[in-house]
Ligand binder design. Structure first.
Ligand SMILES: Nc1ncnc2c1ncn2[C@@H]1O[C@H](COP(=O)(O)OP(=O)(O)OP(=O)(O)O)[C@@H](O)[C@H]1O
Ligand SMILES: [Mg+2]
Length: 416
């Protein structure tokens, strides 16, 4: 019955675009997408809120259509967080759990995670995820799930993802003033990876790169676990700006060239001329090669920075399943070839597919993060159940205090 359905919402708050996915969770746990929308974002700088009214207004405006389409009034959502403030820290911890015949329980895991986090993460940071990579019992390592095992000493090796507290609070405030409680904040690349990566890819080793307007973020998986997250504070808008400067054209024209005339082939014999601009307006001619060279220079810089992240995480040229790219920037023609050249790995564009409902309409790389957020929400059984459609307040401009997230150390991260 309809009123027994569980609804979940993913909200991707980007610098240029905000996107929402409203879905119902089917009996087998899969998602049926019932509402979606995208709109222009404002008040965000390189993935971080620069003011509250901008993103709040953008979310509010965009969400209205998604809600009407889904027949559902969104009260809470899983929300993306981004920016070079995101940090991935490898930590370790150890606790005594009792005598030799003590059976490890959830409480022991919480305690050892707390130890691994406390003192390792600066006080001005919120812990977004604790990903347990490996446990050891009485010095015996390589244990993935120690629950029920016997031992006296429990050790953990974990990956802790954190973000600056003010940025988390401001994001929650911005969504709260659009009447949406940010139930959980998840890095954009992690969210995108949820929607487009397979379990096999995550097991063998893969990197997901979310190529946005002003940020390019990367998440690395191996042995099924999230090993690393990093963000480069530059994105596809930098290409547009470079084209505008080098070709001495306005940004709108540069955007059109980026979307229509990049080839990515670097065929030196190709000197095909681009004609652009409406009749009566100034018509400009460029060689495609010239355009490709501007694009290539910027991509070398951005993905060169991504490569530094891969090196720092010790995954450079060590990813059997290669690289998957999402985000609006992934729609540029030839992106796979460009990135392959810089990162020397197999590259493909990640298209979120295989969902129910109106999923065909959002089978696009720029919707991966919003869909992944809805998927995470679907796995959280405490999150948003069916609710009768309520009428929204006329004004949503008043800021509400964002609710504190639940137990940050809850072990849902093992699913990341
Ligand atoms: N068809 C296309 N070809 C090339 N680039 C495109 C195309 N469509 C969108 N883009 C680019 O994608 C970028 C927007 O991507 P996206 O919506 O993922 O960004 P965002 O999430 O708002 O930004 P960020 O994640 O950096 O905060 C813009 O730079 C835009 O020019
Ligand atoms: Mg984005």
């Amino acid at each position: 019955m309809d009123n027994e359905k569980r609804f979940v919402t993913g909200l991707d708050v980007g610098t240029e675009n905000v996107r929402a996915i409203i879905a119902t969770v089917e009996s087998d746990g899969s998602l049926a997408i019932v509402g979606y929308n995208e709109g222009k974002s404002t008040g965000m700088r390189k993935g971080i809120p620069a003011n509250l009214a901008g993103p709040a207004g953008a979310i509010d405006k965009m969400l209205g259509d998604a809600e009407r389409m889904g027949g559902y009034d969104v009260r809470s959502a899983y929300v993306s967080i981004n920016g070079s403030q995101l940090l991935s820290t490898k930590t370790e911890g150890m606790v005594a759990v009792g005598t030799n015949d003590h059976e490890i329980n959830d409480e022991d895991l919480d305690r050892v995670e707390d130890i691994a986090v406390s003192g390792r993460i600066p006080a001005n940071r919120d812990v977004l995820e604790v990903v347990p990579l490996e446990y050891a019992i009485d010095g015996q390592g390589g244990i993935k799930d120690p629950i029920g095992m016997s031992g006296a000493r429990l050790e953990i090796r974990a990956n802790v993802i954190s973000a600056l507290t003010p940025n988390c609070e401001n994001l929650k405030k911005a969504t709260a003033s659009a009447d949406v409680e940010a139930e959980r904040l998840i890095p954009s690349a992690v969210a995108a990876g949820k929607a487009v990566l397979t379990e096999r890819q995550k097991e063998n080793g893969v990197a997901i790169i979310d190529f946005g307007a002003t940020t390019t973020s990367v998440a690395i998986y191996e042995e099924g676990d999230l090993q690393y997250v990093g963000v480069v504070p530059a994105g596809s808008n930098n290409i547009t700006n470079d084209l505008a400067i080098v070709l001495a054209i306005d940004p709108d024209m540069a955007e059109e060239i980026k979307r229509r005339f990049v080839t990515g082939s670097f065929d030196s014999n190709k000197s095909q001329v681009i004609k652009i601009g409406k009749e009566g307006k100034m018509e400009r001619n460029f060689e495609r090669k010239e355009v490709d060279e501007v694009v290539k220079a910027r991509l070398e810089e951005i993905f060169g920075e991504i490569r530094k992240h891969l090196k720092a995480a010790r995954y450079d040229q060590r990813l059997p399943e290669g690289i998957v790219i999402t985000g609006g920037g992934a729609k540029m023609r030839g992106i796979e070839a460009f990135v392959k050249q810089v990162l020397e790995a197999s590259v493909k564009v990640g298209i979120p597919q295989g969902f129910g409902g109106v999923s065909d309409a959002v089978a696009k790389p720029e919707y991966a993060a919003a869909i992944g957020l809805a998927m995470f929400a679907a796995e959280d059984s405490n999150f948003e159940t069916s609710a009768p459609k309520k009428s929204k307040k006329a004004s949503k401009t008043k800021l509400k205090k964002a609710k504190k997230p639940g137990n940050l150390f809850k072990n849902i991260f093992s699913k990341f």
